[in-house]
Design a protein around this ligand. Structure first.
Ligand SMILES: [Zn+2]
Ligand SMILES: [Zn+2]
Length: 138
């Protein structure tokens, strides 16, 4: 069994998978998460730094939960993180709606390009068989 130092408390623990965090710290983080979620529910207009201070949780940790879409906020909440693409304020996840749409468009146009590439050999076959047909007619 692998033994690692916990990145939170530096204690040695039997490592299984995921981030190097011992079971005790993992439990702590879950407790913090519940506290933060509850605080946000009660104080929907609190900022991230207010939540961090009130719950004694690292701002980075809160932002990570938002990125992971574990925390979500009402649209009138002032809490937000930046879209990873354009920097616009968003409530949860990694990208704003506009960037998501943009990315979906990029993806589907890339897919269309692939389709055209795949269709080409068939088109060529069609033309060549038509050519042969025309040749026969002559
Ligand atoms: Zn630990
Ligand atoms: Zn964006």
């Amino acid at each position: 069994m692998e033994v690692k130092n916990c990145i939170k408390c530096m204690k040695l623990f039997n490592y299984v998978s995921g981030p190097s965090i011992c079971p005790a710290c993992r439990k702590n983080i879950e407790e913090q998460f519940k506290e933060v979620r509850l605080y946000i529910r009660k104080n929907s207009d609190a900022s991230i730094s207010e939540v961090a201070e009130a719950c004694n949780v690292d701002i980075k940790q809160i932002r990570q939960w938002i990125r992971e879409e574990r925390l979500s906020f009402s649209s009138d909440s002032s809490i937000g993180i930046e879209c990873e693409s354009c920097g616009k304020s968003i409530k949860t996840g990694r990208f704003c709606e506009a960037c998501k749409v943009q990315m979906a468009t990029n993806l589907s146009s890339a897919y269309k390009k692939e389709e055209v590439k795949e269709e080409n050999p068939y088109e060529n076959k069609d033309t060549s068989s038509k050519m042969r047909f025309l040749n026969k007619d002559k």
